[in-house]
Design a protein around this ligand. Sequence first.
Ligand SMILES: O=P(O)(O)OC[C@H]1O[C@H](O[C@H]2O[C@H](CO)[C@@H](O)[C@H](O)[C@H]2O)[C@H](O)[C@@H](O)[C@@H]1O
Length: 245
Amino acid sequence: MTSGVEALAALARRPLLIVLDYDGTLAPIAPTPEEAVPEAGAREAVAALLAGGRHLLRVLSGRPSAQVRAFLGSPDLPIVGLHGLEWPGEALPREHTRTVAKLAAAVPDFPGRRLEDKGVTLAVHYRATPDDLAGDVQARLERLPVPEGWTLLRGKRVVEFRPSGANKGTAVMRLARDAPDHLPVYVGDDVTDEEAFEVLADVGGVTIKVGEGETRARHRVASPSDVVTLLRTWANAPSEEGEHG
Ligand SMILES: O=P(O)(O)OC[C@H]1O[C@H](O[C@H]2O[C@H](CO)[C@@H](O)[C@H](O)[C@H]2O)[C@H](O)[C@@H](O)[C@@H]1O
């Protein structure tokens, strides 16, 4: 395990496929989803990498892609949303609406409860739940029946019901297959990002965990601020031939 931005700077001598999570990676965790604005400099660093054209950049988020786009701008940035269920130019699976409604009806009330119905998944947030109740609330949520063919995800003060199959691991592998001449790099901070870390490690990709906590990633940076520094560094790095861009 390496730590810090310096150890990762030289990677950009090769063309990279940079796949970024959003919450906790490009934006500090905030009290509500609406308040999770990008880290200072993140929008500019994303734009610089896209403009440079040497590296490929993708965002892979649990959010609907439109929310991420609203935060980041950059209309040309490809965004895969909903943990790999939503792909640019492809229709969303619509057969899950009734299951999501049933799941929402089964979620017990608790202080600070917030349901986020994303159409094909359901997130149950408990960030606004008092700390002394959060452990019990999490345990109750994790005991809810999970429909056949669905998976319960654990995240930062959130649990999420999602159809099985698509996940950040399968999504990052699809992105990597579509860019065989680029070294895949995945940067993320949360439990769902571990799915991407696991599969990328198996194919020689670079895996970077943001923040503390156990991880399968091989590298670590401390914060979204470090992620911005890293993206800037890569945007300005010389290529193997010693040229910029
Ligand atoms: O895959 P990501 O881009 O990291 O998205 C994961 C979830 O992020 C959001 O929730 C988390 O961030 C919120 C804002 O910082 C925070 O309030 C919440 O407690 C976190 O769980 C988003 O609301 C979810 O839809 C995403 O799945």
